[in-house]
Design a protein around this ligand. Structure first.
Ligand code: NAD
Length: 364
């Protein structure tokens, strides 16, 4: 029986509540699909600060290093907001983890299920059947990391400098992740750049074109980022897989999250190559939601889908991963709604965090 080692970092706020449901669903999947996990629960974020004095305690990092994947909840909250920025839960835990493991590929699905189109700010007539996009964002290069980076005086004038730099090899590896993802979906990949202005984008586009020769079954198109930002709110259904550089991806994935409706539905994966599959950190797109923490009303679906992405990309348990997606769609179609999804429509079955977990397990 295949056994996978998982570091479970539930974190703060709603993190532990939604993580509990994801682990219950994982228990059910293990029984049904015949695999096993060895789980190590660790403190992270505010819980790391309170229990071990650091947002990313050494023992947590060691457990992550020994694991095949990190299943992450969310970190942060008002209790730790007065700490210096570098010691706060988000900066002190997530960024070091991404850097330590060179997690260069960020996959963010933007799914608006047909039954939930009313929750999207886009007019229902424009998205009658919802949409299902996957954005592949380069996460460790580009302007956020490029050198020189400078803020100060130069030639008698105050200047701020950031550098948008990409190496060909960095673009090639993210291109392959995106083409692989597109090959497993509807075989349409849209690469987003600013090749009419930026030299880094001209190179990006050339590399995308050259890698596309390795994937003749995938149709590659290109779009300027300003147009992509407009198209995402005008007609999101035209996209299947998007691939873009770090800064553009940061902005477009947040735009994508809002057009989907609720943050409680959106998972994410941050990946790098492992021995024969991806090593990854899997987490919901939203934060620790202190406004609803402890009330038992948070939507656990983003955490459950993040666990499903872990089964797909790290464990290669494709049937179990497909099962997670299918069960979530089934409970939404059956009318189950946590508070963030409820519209008051006839036929809705209002549930809390555990009730949604129960419904998904029953649908498995
Ligand atoms: P947030 O994502 O936590 O919450 C924004 C809104 O979405 C809130 O109204 C919240 O109730 C709702 N929401 C989020 N997830 C939900 C879920 N699963 N079910 C139902 N509703 C949900 O963003 P915020 O309020 O800006 O930040 C709160 C804290 O989280 C801050 O400390 C912030 O720094 C931190 N944060 C952490 C991460 C992370 O751990 N990756 C990401 C973003 C924010």
């Amino acid at each position: 029986m295949n056994t996978y080692k998982i570091a479970v970092l539930a974190g703060d706020g709603i993190g532990p509540e939604v993580m509990e449901q994801a682990l219950r669903v994982l228990d059910a999947l293990e029984k049904k699909h015949g695999f096993a996990t060895e789980r190590t629960a660790c403190f992270v974020g505010g819980a790391g600060i309170d229990n071990c004095g650091k947002a990313l305690p050494a023992e947590t990092l060691a457990a992550c290093e020994a694991a095949d994947a990190i299943l992450f909840g969310s970190v942060g909250g008002p209790k730790w907001d007065s700490l210096p920025p570098d010691e706060r839960p988000e900066r002190g835990a997530l960024l070091p983890l991404r850097k330590h493991f060179s997690l260069y590929a960020n996959l963010r699905p933007g799914i608006c299920l047909p039954e939930l189109v009313e929750a999207s700010p886009i007019k229902t007539a424009l998205i009658p059947n919802g949409f299902d996009i996957l954005c592949v964002r380069e996460l460790t290069g580009g302007m956020y990391f490029g050198e020189p980076k400078f803020y100060g005086e130069r030639d008698g004038e105050i200047v701020g400098i950031d550098t948008l730099v990409y190496k060909k090899s960095e673009v090639e590896r993210i291109a392959r992740v995106a083409f692989e993802a597109a090959r497993g979906r509807s075989k349409k990949l849209c690469s987003v750049d600013k090749a009419n202005v930026l030299a880094s984008s001209v190179m990006w586009r050339e590399v995308m074109n050259s890698i596309s020769a390795e994937y003749p079954e995938v149709e590659l198109t290109h779009m300027y980022v300003d147009n992509a930002a407009m198209q995402l709110v005008r007609h999101p259904g035209q996209f299947d897989v998007l691939v873009t550089e770090n800064t553009f991806g940061d902005i477009l994935t947040d735009e994508m999250a809002i057009v989907c409706g609720s943050l409680g539905m959106l998972p994410s994966a941050s990946l790098c190559e492992g021995a024969d599959s991806f090593f990854g950190l899997y987490e919901p797109s939203g934060g620790s939601a202190p406004d609803i923490a402890g009330k038992g009303i948070a939507n656990p679906i983003a955490q459950i889908l993040s666990m499903g992405m872990m089964l797909r990309y790290t464990c290669r348990e494709t049937a179990a991963a497909d099962d997670v997606d299918r069960a979530v769609r089934a409970v939404i179609a059956a009318g189950y709604r946590t508070a963030d999804l409820a519209t008051g429509a006839a036929g809705e079955i209002r549930v809390g965090t555990a009730g949604m977990g129960d419904a998904i397990i029953a649908a498995l």
